[in-house]
Design a protein around this ligand. Structure first.
Ligand code: SF4
Ligand code: SF4
Length: 422
């Protein structure tokens, strides 16, 4: 390979790593496998060796990089300020461009990349899930005669879905205090309609006029994590054209992975003269729903929710956006609710974008660990801020037969405002 081909990241960034190893015990794949090559330090060394042409893209090298969840727990742990997320997101397109995966892998990744970001693909996917739910597939997660690996896939099928179309505008309830726009999401709009409805309802209760711009699309996060940077950039530009000109106080996102990527649109579009400025302006307005509600004088929810609750920190909320306190404060504002901290609450549950589809074995190991900790709390509800984690954790709870409800933070808040689930 020529030096130009291996120039997938600013090499200066490798030198931030001083090899201290303080990140190792925070890396889920290192803790599970115990191998240096599956640690942040090992992966940084691998990426540097690839960049300098000392390593080639052989199956073993790619395997260790593929196994990285992109959870960014190492960034939180690193005292040296390593931008690990930028490094791994830089190397992924390089792998996809120059490494020929085995046929089965290629087909799987092609299918994932062609389904999720496209409205038609998402609708077809949602229809398949609905058919599978109607046939009782989620119940097979507990069937002993079904092979264990297949039970996991069955558990991933949601028992119910709502994807009713949203209006373009919702008026504030009472005095209008803010105007916000909502990213309705690609998968979320088809599969997690209830989360979007709860988000809109809670915002309206808090004096927000909510705009849901028609024509918006996937934010690009799934493609970016899968190494298709060019396609992710095209999706980002599409959304920038739709959202950037809106006269709103904030752009609200209720999916941690999408919010983390939209906050980085400025960086993603830095080489695109047409969109660079707008991208940075849009990124500055992006707020996770809990971040936004935590930043305004909250209209206190009045209804008691007598429930024992625990909270799972989605990686792209805690590590990607540094949002930890706000969701906990919102939960504590709910009368009657008892909150118990979850051990390893900011450890990845194995969902990680489409990681549970591309790396199901490691995803299942991490899920079992997460469900074990949820069991230890004795909580009856587990709350989180990311739809992907919801699918994954529900699958684990179903498989273990644990009677714990998994909900988005904003859905529990909606209950506390007396808003009926949609
Ligand atoms: S990534 Fe950070 S914490 Fe990990 S070895 Fe390098 S400097 Fe140390
Ligand atoms: S992003 Fe997560 S899985 Fe990857 S090296 Fe960092 S801590 Fe480990």
């Amino acid at each position: 390979m020529t030096p130009a081909q291996t120039d997938f990241v600013d090499p200066e960034k490798f030198f931030d790593c001083v090899h201290c190893g303080l990140c190792l015990s925070f890396c889920p794949t290192y803790v599970e496998l115990g191998t240096e090559m599956d640690s942040p330090r090992g992966r940084i060394a691998t990426m540097r060796a690839l960049h300098e042409g000392r390593f080639s893209l052989d199956p073993e090298t790619v395997r260790h990089l593929d196994l990285c969840l992109g959870c960014r727990a190492c960034e939180t742990a690193c005292p040296s300020g390593v931008h690990y997320g930028e490094l791994i997101e830089g190397v992924r397109p390089f792998i996809e461009q120059y490494y020929r995966r085995p046929l089965r892998e290629r087909l799987k990744r092609k299918l994932i990349n062609s389904v999720f970001p496209h409205p038609l693909g998402v609708r077809a996917f949602a229809l398949l899930l609905k058919i599978a739910a109607a046939l009782g597939v989620p119940r097979l997660a507990r069937a002993r005669w079904v092979p264990r690996s297949l039970r996991y896939w069955c558990g991933l099928v949601p028992e119910s879905m709502s994807g009713a179309p949203l209006a373009a505008r919702y008026a504030a309830i009472g005095e209008k205090r803010y105007t916000v726009a909502l990213l309705s999401g690609c998968v979320a709009s088809a599969v997690f309609g209830a989360t979007n409805q709860a988000t809109i309802a809670v915002l309206r209760q808090n004096g927000c006029e909510v705009l849901v711009p028609p024509g918006q699309g996937c934010c690009g996060a799934l493609l970016l994590h899968n190494g298709d940077r060019a396609a992710a950039l095209a999706l980002a530009c599409h959304n920038i054209a739709i959202f950037a000109a809106l006269p709103v106080d904030a752009i609200i996102v209720n999916a941690a992975g999408c919010g983390a990527v939209m906050k980085e649109y400025g960086e993603l579009c830095k080489d695109d003269a047409r969109y660079r400025e707008q991208a940075a302006q849009l990124a500055a307005k992006v707020r996770d729903i809990t971040e936004f509600l935590g930043s305004i004088p909250l209209i206190a929810p009045a209804r008691e929710v007598r429930a024992h609750v625990t909270y799972h920190d989605a990686c792209h909320l805690a590590h990607g956006q540094g949002i930890r306190e706000q969701p906990r404060r919102l939960l504590q504002a709910i009368p009657g609710l008892r909150l118990t901290e979850l051990a390893e609450s900011d450890w990845c549950c194995g969902s990680a974008g489409t990681y549970n589809l591309t790396e199901p074995e490691m995803a299942r190991r991490l899920l079992a660990r997460k469900v074990g900790h949820i069991r230890e709390t004795g909580a009856e509800v587990v709350v989180m801020g990311n739809p992907g984690c919801l699918l994954q954790i529900r699958a684990g709870l179903r498989q273990e037969g644990l009677p714990v409800r998994a909900m988005h933070t904003v859905e529990l808040l909606a209950e506390a405002y007396g808003i009926p689930p949609s």
